[in-house]
Ligand binder design. Sequence first.
Ligand code: B12
Length: 217
Amino acid sequence: MSEAKIIENLKEAIIELDEVKVVEAAKNLIDQGIDPLVAIEKGLSAGMTAIGDKFNIGECFLPELIRAGNTFNAGIKVLEPEIAKSGAKQSQTGVFVLGTVTGDVHKIGKEILAMLLKTRGFVVHDLGEDVSLSTFVSKAEELNADIIGMSALLTTTMPAQKEVIEFLKEKGIRDNFRVMIGGGPVNQKWADEIGADGYAETAEEAVRLAMKLMDTK
Ligand code: B12
């Protein structure tokens, strides 16, 4: 089976909410030596975007979003050891405190980022979802973090990213950390506006950026 067809199968499996198909396609992909990161972006994530679009126009509802998330995770579970193998590094790159902002429970993108950061040597403290402003800041201080990463998938929760940065400034500790933001509705313009040190559209770009930011510390 061609690489394009396998990646298409991954995407279809998400849209069809088919966990058996996603596992089969992911295994197939490993057998064929296809880059799992390409498969995540072009297959699994593309499927999630399609589900999101269907949700937007009322063609599917919350239960389908939840099942799509489960299907996505079933695929990732198969790919994860492969990704770890490809990027395994011994030395510690930096300490990364990561979470989804308050009011927001989307975790799939954040967890992919956590996984990739770990394969590149970062020590990742995933604070979970619906993380309050004070938790982000107190944990970053306690763990002596190099980078704080905040995920927001809702336009209504994006302002929480700004509030964390403002809080860091109020406490006079803004310069102790690099701050990265991401998530569907977030973009570089928003990052500039709120004074974040970086934005990345995908987890792969985010890891590259995190490594670059470490050089500026
Ligand atoms: C799955 C899903 C859910 C699941 C979440 C399951 C889970 N545990 O994560 C459930 C069902 C719970 C859910 C609920 C809701 N959802 Co929802 N959901 C989605 C969906 C379909 C996929 C999200 C996803 O996982 N994408 C796949 C991952 C891989 O992509 P990603 O998260 O963007 O992450 C990538 C990058 O953004 C980046 N990244 C992510 N985080 C970070 C952090 C940093 C620091 C960096 C640098 C990069 C980075 O790297 C990742 C990998 O490349 C999206 C549609 C979409 N296309 O995104 C809607 C979507 C996000 N949801 C939406 C909505 C409206 C809701 C609800 C309000 C629905 C409702 N009426 O209740 C609730 C809100 C719940 C809440 N309070 O949070 C809207 C948001 C609209 C908006 N712009 O505000 C979307 C866009 C759907 C739509 N088209 O309308 N949802």
